[in-house]
Every structure is written in C-alpha cells, then in structure tokens.
Design a protein around this ligand. Structure first.
Ligand code: NIG
Length: 387
C-alpha cells in the first residue's frame, strides 16, 4: 500500500487545471509521488496522514526554465562596476570561462548542488541549466555531465561566445561537430547567444540546425542587448523558447504571438544589467506565451529566487499575480517542452507529480504584496516534503 497524505485547511489553492483559477476550501491528497485527489475539503477521502496548513496558500512548485549553474568564480567586481555606471557587454563571460576551466569537476558539482538547494528552498521543484562556461570540448562535456546528474533538463550552450583567439569559423565547426557529439548523451536542448558580439543570425541558424539534426530541442538567447534577430530566428526555427526578449519590435511581438515559441522573460537579469525590462505585459496582451525564469548565473543575474522574479514581473513588468505565477510554473513547463509530460509539470493535477509549494501567506498575491519576504513555508517534491 502506498502512503497517502491529505493536505487540508489550505488558504488559496492554485492548480492551473483547465477552467480552474484559484480554489478555496479545497484539499489535496498526495499518494506516493503523485497527486491522487483534489476537491472540496469537506469531501476529502480518508488518508494515512493529515497535514493541516492553517490557511496557507498552495501552488505548484516553480519551474525555472533558464539558469547557468555550472560555473566557478565570482564577478562581484563587475557587478559593482555596472552599478557605478558601466554597461553590460557580455565580455565578463570570459572571466567565468577561465574560472570554470580551472575548477575541478567536484568543485563544479558542489557549487551546482548548493545553488540547486538554494532554489529548492524557495520553491523551485523543476530546474533547467546550461553548459556555456566551458567553451572547449572537455569542459563543455564535463559541464553537461555534471548538470545531468542534478537537474531536470540540460541545455548545451557551446555557442555562448567565441573564446579568445579562436577563429569564429573554426569555433562554429567545433560547436556543431565534436563538441556537440561529446555533450549529446547528457543534453535535451541546444541554445545559442544570438547577439551582437556573440553569434549573428546566420551563425545562430547553423548552430540550431546542427542541434536539430542531433535530435535536440531548440532554444535561443535573443534580443537581450539589442534587436539581434534572435526572436525572429527562434520563431522561424520553431524553437521551444526564446529568452531575454528585451529589445522587441512590434513585428517580433506579433511573430511570438502567432507561434508556439515561448517568450521567456528574466526580470532579475534585467534589473542586474540595468536593461529596459522585457515587455511582458505587451507580450501577454498580444497573445504570446510568456515564461518567467531566474537566469541564475554569476554575471548578469546572481539569484536563484523565483519569488523575486515573480514579484518583479508583477511590480515592474505589469503582469497580474495570476499571470506571473502561471508564467513561472506552467509557462516554464512549456518553455522546456514538458507541457504534455505525464508528470503535469507546473500544475497540480490528479495523476501528476506532487510538486507543491506552500506559502506562509493566505494567497499567492502575497508574493508581490510582500516582496522580498521569504514566504516559502514548505515544499513537496515528487510527494516528499523536502523543505
Ligand atoms: O543569459 N546572455 C548570455 N548569457 C548570460 C550571461 C552570462 C554572463 O554574463 O556570464 C545571460 O545573461
């Protein structure tokens, strides 16, 4: 017999089930690693165990669909220079590449584990991470392997920057050839930083084509620092997601709205780079699918906090609380191509994996109403209480 637990005396329950917004007086039964029942608390079935939540809100665990957590080193000085007025120009990536190459695999794995747990303590139950601070075959392969042991989805970002002194043509051949072959066993997606100073549209298309041939899903870092053409390319290529989306034209917004490509906005990165915020409100209004992610990395967004990103999306980007919570859970699942997964990623659904985030507040609105307050009271991941 599988152990069953009734979560009851819930404040507001957010499930994202079709036609269901926010429930009150509801209860959830967890059986093993699954959600077994959702319904009115008064009709809850008998279970082995009962957990009373004393009016606390419950929502799906966050799905953080964009992080760069395999790295070593620190870029506080670069951050401070930026806060003193220097512009972000992606050159700092090379600093992290040097530190990452110099680190041992054990050091990279320990750092990743520390950040993964930091995210979990804030309610992130599903997380993606990328390679991209190795930029040689051995370090990219090690990064992908280390990530695969600890996170849910791994993205290959060999095309993050052309390393110093390498010819761009030679590097592209490496990224789309031997480096891709080396990381292939560990990754589900390929990504490219399509930006002035990184990879142009033609080079980026070449990277995506190679990934597609290798059977990988596609993602793009696009339109972060300027109108790079990355968004249009992502839509043309049928990418699962295009991330950053700061410098968007009306045509980019229309293209996203009429495509299945998710527009992933990264509020903490926008603040930390002092970029104009991504136009999340306009994207939602146009009908585009929007995801919110942390972009946790040592350069542009050194935070694993999805609550901070959700609060910023509400307070600064103009999303409603419901839109932001959806974008940070179900939106992330769509961006990772997990929308149809039997685990019902980013939702609380009968038969789905029991990933539940309990807030020390009666409703999800408190995430933005009380910004910066650590509201995570408990986290269930795959039916196990981990926080
Ligand atoms: O998503 N834009 C490219 N990559 C990272 C930045 C990484 C860095 O500066 O180290 C990003 O912001």
């Amino acid at each position: 017999m599988t152990w069953s637990t009734l979560l009851t005396d819930i404040g507001e329950l957010t499930t994202h089930r079709a036609g269901e917004d926010r429930l009150t007086d509801a209860a959830v039964v967890v059986e093993g690693d699954r959600v077994a029942w959702i319904g009115p608390a008064a009709h809850a079935p008998a279970t082995d165990d009962v957990v009373r939540l004393h009016g606390r809100a419950v929502l799906p665990g966050w799905v953080d669909s964009h992080t760069h957590l395999v790295f070593a080193g620190d870029r506080t000085a670069e951050f401070e220079a930026r806060m003193a007025g220097q512009q972000y120009a992606a050159g700092g990536i090379a600093t992290t590449v040097r530190a990452t190459r110099a680190a041992t695999e054990a050091e990279l794995a320990v750092n990743l584990r520390r950040l993964r747990h930091e995210a979990l303590r804030q309610g992130t139950t599903v997380i993606e991470t990328k390679t991209g601070y190795g930029l040689d075959v051995a370090t990219e392969e090690a990064s992908a392997r280390i990530a695969a042991a600890q996170v849910d989805v791994v993205t290959y970002l060999g095309a993050h920057l052309v390393p110093d002194r390498l010819d761009p043509r030679d590097y592209l051949d490496l990224v789309t050839g031997p480096m891709l072959d080396a990381v292939r066993p560990w990754v589900q997606f390929i990504d490219v930083f399509c930006e002035d100073g990184a990879f142009d549209v033609d080079q980026s298309r070449e990277v995506l084509d190679a990934g597609r041939r290798a059977g990988l899903g596609l993602r793009v870092h696009g339109n972060q620092l300027g109108p790079s053409g990355g968004v249009a390319l992502a839509v043309e290529a049928g990418a699962a997601s295009v991330d950053h989306c700061n410098a968007l034209s009306p045509a980019d917004i229309d293209a996203l709205a009429s495509s299945s490509t998710v527009a992933t906005v990264l509020p903490a990165c926008d603040l930390s780079t002092r970029q104009p915020l991504a136009p999340a409100r306009a994207l939602v209004d146009a009908g585009a699918t929007v995801a919110i992610a942390t972009n946790a990395n040592p350069g542009t967004s050194h935070t694993t906090s999805m609550p901070f990103c959700v609060a910023t999306a509400v307070l600064q980007m103009g999303l409603t609380v419901a839109e932001a919570v959806w974008a940070a859970t179900r939106g992330g699942a769509l961006a990772l191509g997990l929308a149809d997964h039997p685990d019902h990623v980013g939702m609380i659904e009968v038969g789905g994996r029991a990933d539940l985030h309990v807030l020390d507040a009666p409703s999800a609105a408190h995430l933005a109403y009380r910004p910066g307050v650590p509201l995570t009271a408990a986290v269930w991941q795959a039916g196990r209480q981990v926080v």
